[in-house]
Design a protein around this ligand. Sequence first.
Ligand SMILES: Cc1cc2nc3c(=O)[nH]c(=O)nc-3n(C[C@H](O)[C@H](O)[C@H](O)COP(=O)(O)O)c2cc1C
Length: 150
Amino acid sequence: MTANRLADQAQDTDQGSEPYPIVHLDPRLVYEGAVQHGAKLGRTIGFPTANVAVPRPGPERGIYAARVRLADGSLCEAIAYFGSRPTVDGVGDLLEAYLFDFDGFLYGSELRVELVAFIRPDEQFAGLDEMVTQMRRDCVRARAVLRGEI
Ligand SMILES: Cc1cc2nc3c(=O)[nH]c(=O)nc-3n(C[C@H](O)[C@H](O)[C@H](O)COP(=O)(O)O)c2cc1C
């Protein structure tokens, strides 16, 4: 990523009870690619994600507030994850985007994912329930970032 790790920068400021304050990206990072099939576990935990391959080394591993341009030109607010999914024994880094308020078919189509702000680093959770609880919190924060509130 950049010279200073985002997680280190995040610890320099204080934003309430969240351990990782938001770090806005300037410039924003943009990744484009065709949506690939993932393990499809996301669907079963209520977070279907669109997976896009990114060139190495990719962004810092973690969770980001994002905006996603779809192939039809529409723009969706989203949360993105870059990492190797340690909680589910994932292999290799992937960029995944969960589009808010979207219920459509994306496989094979081109997406443009713009990372707006870093929310927290990737983490290995003890189980899926704990991870999903944290993912819901991440979504609340990402929506607030995208509304310009934090
Ligand atoms: C908002 C968000 C946060 C995530 N945070 C983590 C995390 O901290 N640790 C982790 O192992 N995976 C994390 N993931 C990735 C999930 O493990 C992954 O989306 C899930 O296993 C489904 O993957 P699949 O679509 O390939 O089936 C996160 C995903 C999202 C959308």
